[in-house]
Design a protein around this ligand. Structure first.
Ligand code: SF4
Ligand code: SF4
Length: 479
């Protein structure tokens, strides 16, 4: 632990136990080694040579969400999550990360083409009838442990990579863009949530923002959180190379985990000059609210607004305006949506990168802890600004169809579309009115002439009746 940059904060731990009250893992396991204080005690023993890294220690240190609740609740400024992460690095350096993780990190994450292929295979499994067959034959129940249950967590994969589908650049039509951004889609939007990606591009382009989608790699968080910071550094360095010299005003992302990882790139790559680049990074919620100052011109249609609540992703809430911007965006969706706050909004959902795969049962218990507050909120839509949290929350809500989990941007997109449709309808009305006026102007003189002639004829007939035909002619001539 000598090289641990957070060692100094570790020394400040007074063993007060305040972190225990907020630790979601401790709330489920009720065992001291699983809370921050217990882990720090173990690290002290490790430093003093009283214990060594072994399977039990590896289990304890891997059983942490890195949610940061301990650090946020520590009056002594101990950075519990960062210390645990550093301990994982030491463990991985000494003992590796295990065969499965190593294979995924080294054979998949480093190769975007292979990741895309894996996504395609998952899509074929889901849509090609294999998944239906697996569920009908109950073959999944033969899988070891909770793997059968975990399979239900699989999201709907895109038919092909979102970035490939969209291309490298999307520009507003006609004229210069007012802003230019690069979009770091993250693996989830690229392989799973294309509707989120498309919503973002459509909103931005309509607001005269040009969107660049350069080649990109996994942000590195799955490897880093597992202690494999060599792979994380490699991926980070490749992303930096691809984004560093882009002529853009901002770099946006819809994934809280990618965002927070990018903000940590200067620390990961030990390069402070990267702060200039990461300063351009901005979460899509904050970009829409603070940079574009987006508003939706929607009239009250007399219908009850749909109640929507919000889950704070651990990764987003600790960034600048990370708590406020998504809520502000949701408030701007009135009168179609009404934002309602829920209890425990900022409690970790248990997703924590790959924690919901490596510790499925525990992660479900952590997530279920929030279920009551979600249902009690009275909302019918639960939003989040992180695709990983959404995957976890959708799975937790699978038995509760009265509440669906969606990205904040998806709701913004619905309002944007309604506004666009209204604008188009208004323009059609204006065009039709203009056409009618033009036609009236064209027909106007003939119509007037006709009416004058009609009046003259009526007058003539009245005179004939009054004075007789000859007299009437005379009167007409004398006029
Ligand atoms: S980490 Fe902080 S909150 Fe936890 S026991 Fe130590 S001083 Fe107390
Ligand atoms: S980071 Fe979260 S899960 Fe890990 S010890 Fe701290 S509070 Fe517990």
């Amino acid at each position: 632990m000598e090289n641990n940059p957070y060692l100094e904060t570790m020394m400040k731990c007074s063993r007060c136990g305040a972190c225990q009250a907020k630790c979601p893992v401790y709330a489920e396991l009720k065992m001291e080694p699983y809370v921050c204080r217990g882990k720090l005690e173990l690290l002290d023993s490790l430093k003093e040579g009283k214990v060594k890294w072994n399977d039990r220690m590896a289990d304890i240190f891997s059983t942490c969400l890195l949610c940061g609740a301990c650090a946020n609740n520590c009056n002594n400024g101990v950075k519990g999550d960062k210390i645990i992460l550093s301990a994982r690095q030491e463990l991985a350096d000494e003992h590796g990360v295990g065969f499965a993780k190593k294979s995924i990190f080294h054979l998949l994450l480093k190769y975007p083409g292979r990741l895309n292929f894996a996504g395609k295979c998952a899509y074929i499994y889901e849509r090609g009838g294999l998944r239906t067959l697996a569920h009908k034959t109950k073959v999944l129940s033969l899988l070891p442990g909770s793997m059968g249950e975990m399979e239900k967590m699989l999201p709907d994969f895109n038919s092909r990579s979102f970035r490939k589908k969209v291309g490298n650049k999307v520009s507003p039509k006609g004229g210069e863009p007012k802003l230019r951004v690069a979009y770091f889609t993250g693996c989830m939007t690229n392989l799973v949530n294309e509707r989120i990606g498309q919503a973002i591009i459509d909103i931005l382009v309509a607001n005269r923002v040009e969107v660049l989608l350069p080649e990109q790699y996994c942000c590195g968080v799955p490897a880093w959180a597992s202690g494999d910071y060599h792979t994380a550094r490699e991926l980070a360095a490749k992303n930096v190379t691809n984004f560093r010299n882009l002529p853009v005003d901002y770099i946006i992302t819809d994934c809280a985990s990618c965002y927070s990882t990018w903000l940590d790139y200067p620390e990961l790559l030990q390069d402070d000059s990267l702060k200039e680049l990461t300063a351009k990074f901005i979460d899509i919620n904050r970009f829409l609210v603070d940079v574009l100052d987006i508003h939706f011109d929607l009239p009250d249609d007399g219908k009850e607004p749909v109640k929507v609540t919000y889950h704070d992703s651990c990764h987003l809430k600790r960034t600048e305006r990370g708590r406020e911007a998504p809520r502000e965006l949701l408030r701007r969706l009135a009168p179609r949506y009404e934002f309602v706050e829920m209890d425990l909004a900022d409690r970790c959902c248990g997703s924590a990168g790959s924690f919901n795969i490596t510790h499925y049962d525990l992660s479900q218990k952590v997530g279920a802890h929030k279920l009551d507050s979600m249902l009690r909120s009275g909302a019918t839509i639960l939003t989040a600004a992180c695709p990983s949290c959404l995957m976890q929350l959708s799975h937790i809500l699978r038995e509760h169809k009265e509440l669906s989990a969606r990205h904040t941007v998806e709701l913004a997109y619905e309002c944007f579309k309604e506004e666009e449709e209204r604008k188009a309808a208004r323009m059609t009305q204006v065009r039709l009115a203009q056409e009618k006026r033009a036609q009236a102007q064209k027909n106007g003189p003939a119509h007037v002439k006709k009416s004058v002639a009609k009046k003259a004829e009526a007058k003539r007939k009245a005179e004939v009746k009054k004075y007789g035909l000859i007299e009437a002619k005379k009167r007409s001539k004398s006029r």
